[in-house]
Write a protein that binds this ligand. Structure first.
Ligand SMILES: Nc1ncnc2c1ncn2[C@@H]1O[C@H](COP(=O)(O)OP(=O)(O)OP(=O)(O)O)[C@@H](O)[C@H]1O
Ligand SMILES: [Mg+2]
Length: 442
């Protein structure tokens, strides 16, 4: 609670004789500075109360809680953990009872916020400098100072320090809580994404089978075979060829519809895989299996999938790879990186070419993907690696996608010991380069 924000309380000063000092109903209500006063001399308590009668700090009065021995001080300290200051006598039941309480506060209670003001009548016996050195106290007063302004000033300084430490503590606590809440929210989001993508993936996988059957095995369906047999047994050649043509038309139509459906399902599955990967990365659960991989085969596999897209747009696909060699990578993820970067190059290029150049360097391999597409504005170059960031232009809007490809790619490259960079001249194309460590075996 911040004392400054509280309205000033009605003045409440509590001072009880020893026998009455600790009854629970004596506790004044409201926001007061809790001050523990420990001294074996009742006279000192009376004087302390006199001096501090009108004392306020930041509009708040004092609640003086009194004790008469080191033992009693310990009980009060346990009970009033939020006390701001203790005015502590040194010599009580033993010569060093107060000093033992200091150790108790700092070492046993581990209370660093409480400000400790030692008070002694035997100043010579306890050299100030030595006490400060050996004990974690905040001030050292002589009882002769008791009636003077020095006590008030010392108390003000102590309360100010206590307030500052407390505010700092509270700020730190708030920060920890905020971080914890943010972590929990992020974890919940990752779990949700993970769970949802799994739930979506299973039924979608299930729809793939029928589409595939319609696409490639429709002619093997029982009804189709029977129709073919019936047509085969027809004697009227004209009718026979009309039926055959109609059957072929049906087959073409079904296959076309099935392949459209299959494409949509595969697209959806790809998106779901990206969301799953993203959730795995966020949750720190992405695992890779890194082994030596010759580079030629994965490049060929990825090109086999992407070339039809490039052909459709009339783009030239060029691969520059002199000799095969191995990189240290996760085979599946290596292909995914190539697929994402090459896929983007094709997606964002409407005319010209996409070139992949593979260069073997001393310790790593560089994969450079250059296109002649729309390019990326300089101020967006770092943004495109952030999740869900897409450049708002017509090329992106036409191309679709979720904006997860590059963030996942960058994480995959980094996790495999490489780096990814981009440079671009808007209107002339983009140039992505990623590296992977060389395998010494390959
Ligand atoms: N070769 C490129 N040329 C021009 N812009 C690009 C290129 N590659 C990426 N970008 C820009 O960076 C953005 C982010 O790319 P990213 O691969 O992360 O997402 P996406 O391709 O839009 O969607 P997703 O990959 O999830 O299908 C793209 O939307 C596009 O604006
Ligand atoms: Mg992409």
């Amino acid at each position: 609670m911040n004392g400054i924000e509280r309205p000033p309380e009605k003045k409440i000063m509590v001072f009880k004789k020893k026998s009455e000092a600790r009854t629970e109903h004596d506790k004044p209500s409201g926001s007061l500075w809790k001050i523990i006063v420990v001294d074996d001399d009742p006279q000192i308590h009376i004087l302390t109360e006199e001096v501090l009668r009108d004392f306020t700090f930041e509009g708040r009065h004092l609640w003086l809680i009194t004790g008469y021995s080191g033992q009693e001080a310990r009980e009060l300290l346990r009970k009033h953990e939020d006390a701001a200051v203790i005015l502590l006598d040194v010599v009580m039941e033993t010569n060093h009872a107060g000093l033992d309480v200091v150790k108790f506060i700092r070492e046993e209670l581990r209370n660093q916020n409480l400000r400790i003001l030692l008070r002694t009548g035997q100043a010579g016996q306890f050299p100030e400098e030595k006490i400060f050195e050996e004990y974690d106290i905040n001030n050292f007063l002589e009882k002769t100072d008791l009636t003077s302004r020095r006590l008030k000033t010392a108390l003000k300084v102590a309360l100010r320090a206590h307030r500052d430490i407390r505010e700092l503590d509270l700020a730190r606590q708030r920060e920890v809580e905020l971080r914890r809440a943010a972590d929990a929210a992020s974890q919940a989001k990752s779990n949700f994404l993970h769970m949802m993508s799994h739930e979506l993936r299973t039924p979608l996988q299930g729809t793939k089978g029928p589409f595939e059957e319609f696409k490639s095995q429709f002619h093997l369906f029982v009804g189709m075979k029977r129709l073919q047999a019936l047509i085969g047994s027809m004697h009227d050649e004209n009718l026979k060829s009309q039926f055959t043509a109609a059957l072929q038309e049906t087959r073409d139509e079904v296959e076309e519809i099935a392949s459209q459906g299959l494409k949509s399902v595969e697209h959806l599955l790809g998106l779901i895989e990206d969301v799953l990967d993203f959730a795995r990365i966020e949750a720190g659960k992405l695992t890779l299996s890194i082994t030596p991989h010759p580079v030629r085969q994965p490049i060929q596999d990825v090109l086999a999938t992407l070339r039809p897209l490039a052909d459709k747009k009339g783009l030239q696909m060029v691969v520059r790879l002199d000799e095969d060699f191995s990189v240290l990578a996760d085979g599946k993820r290596f292909k995914q990186i190539l697929f994402n970067v090459l896929g983007n190059a094709i997606k964002f290029t409407s005319a010209g070419s996409v070139t992949l150049s593979v260069v073997r360097e001393e310790r790593h391999a560089s994969f450079c993907i250059a296109d002649t597409g729309c390019g990326i504005p300089p101020d967006k170059l770092s943004l495109i690696f952030e999740a869900f960031e897409q450049i708002d232009n017509s090329a992106t809007r036409q191309a679709g996608g979720t904006g997860l490809g590059l963030p996942i790619t960058r994480e995959l490259v980094r996790r495999q010991g490489g780096e990814i960079q981009v440079r671009s001249t808007p209107g002339q194309g983009a140039h992505f380069t990623f590296t992977l460590p060389l395998s010494l075996e390959g």
